[in-house]
Design a protein around this ligand. Structure first.
Ligand code: V47
Length: 361
């Protein structure tokens, strides 16, 4: 391996990695452009095993998308719909509670709730939703609302971000998912999602949540019209934010699915690109405890290989995923515990069922 590293001109980067030194943007570019996938995997796996050994996490969870009505209508999204559009929907709190009640006999530990940026659902809808879920299932951890939704919910209630998050925590919010980050680059946001919360504000909301004691995740949507430099800038911005607060639990690179979006001329990412992004994320985000290979978007086979390229988490059982599937995702909408555990074991890793905060259960 040392010869291969030398031949690829990666000896200095290798030295940094094994002595646990931070990589810079120049290193990131070198690593990505070297076009030697096994070598990149080898390097990322050093960090993966240093942080998590062979442990590979998954959670028994349930997804609920309370509404797809959205005022942002981002060009990369097939899920969001204009109010009044044929496929637009919004769930009542009673309907959301029924979704929870349907699965009371199962050991669901987390409910993952996200929706569109809805023009007129009132502040109380979000607060009451959390309270109603906790009333029927007090033990469930509610991971809900991206930073984009939080900013919108606060606006609807005429509240500061701090006050809105505090109210949501008091109503039962346990943590926040990592969506809505997309790519922080203002150039790309202007082209793809001009109405959306800026990257800078996304980071501010996440840091505010962390200061209030909430853990959150972070994502990056890649494989559309962004450049490699913009991906690297995104990773560096997250690393800086994590240095400030330490509140991110996991990073999830999300491969863009073009079908049914305004970018349907863009080709879908290949397995090589997906694995390179997992590896690069693991190497650059040295202060993120976990990297998630989200099987729903990667497909179970690539997600399984990703466990040797830096990832230590597969997300979970999921159920009723809508965002990737509306954009042409062809994976099933759920996996059983056994299917997930088998994927992990076949990859030579140790499956650990976790709760949202990565405590083994
Ligand atoms: O914010 C939208 C992305 C995200 C498309 O925190 C698309 O653990 C691909 O954030 N192709 C929502 N991606 C999903 C998400 C998530 C999923 C699982 C776990 C966690 C976590 C977070 O999906 C959106 C957006 O970035 N998205 N459209 C698309 N066509």
């Amino acid at each position: 391996m040392e010869t291969a590293l030398k031949k690829a001109g990666l000896s200095a980067i290798y030295e940094k990695i094994i002595s646990n030194q931070r990589l810079d943007a120049y290193d990131a570019k070198r690593l990505y452009e070297i076009n030697n996938l096994p070598l990149l995997g080898y390097l990322a796996n050093i960090v993966r095993e240093r942080l998590n050994g062979d442990k590979t996490y998954y959670i028994y969870n349930q997804h609920i998308n309370y509404s797809n009505i959205c005022i942002n209508l981002c060009k990369f999204c097939a899920f969001g719909k204009k109010k009044g559009a044929h496929a637009a929907y919004e769930m009542t709190i009673g309907e959301i509670v029924s979704k929870i009640e349907e699965r009371l006999s199962e050991p669901v530990r987390e409910v993952h709730i996200v929706g569109g940026v809805h023009p007129d659902l009132p502040y109380e809808y979000y607060i009451d939703m959390l309270k109603a879920i906790k009333a029927v299932r007090p033990d469930i951890h509610i991971q809900a609302f991206t930073c984009v939704e939080i900013a919108h919910i606060a606006r609807m209630g005429g509240k500061s971000i701090e006050d809105a998050i505090s109210d949501l925590i008091a109503a039962g919010l346990g943590s926040m998912p990592g969506g809505g980050a997309e790519i922080f680059s203002p150039r790309i946001r202007e082209r793809l999602c001009p109405n959306k919360l800026s990257g800078e504000s996304w980071l501010e909301v996440a840091k505010t949540a962390h200061r209030l004691g909430l853990k959150t995740n972070a994502t990056m949507l890649y494989g559309h019209i962004e450049t490699l430099d913009e991906r690297i800038d995104h990773l560096m911005a997250l690393r800086d934010a994590q240095d400030e607060t330490g509140g991110f639990m996991c990073f999830i690179p999300l491969a863009f699915h073009p079908k049914n979006t305004e970018l349907n001329g863009v080709s879908i990412t290949g397995g090589v690109e997906d694995l390179k992004m997992i590896a690069l994320s693991r190497l650059m985000l040295d202060n993120f405890p976990h990297i998630k290979a989200y099987w729903v978007m990667l497909g179970p086979k690539i997600a399984q290989i990703a466990l040797s390229f830096g990832a230590d988490d597969l997300d979970g059982t999921v159920m009723e995923e809508k965002i990737a599937h509306m954009a042409g995702g062809e994976t099933s909408q759920a996996m059983t515990r056994k299917e997930i555990e088998d994927l992990i074991k076949q990859a030579g890793r140790i499956p650990i069922e976790r709760d949202t905060l990565y405590r083994p259960v």
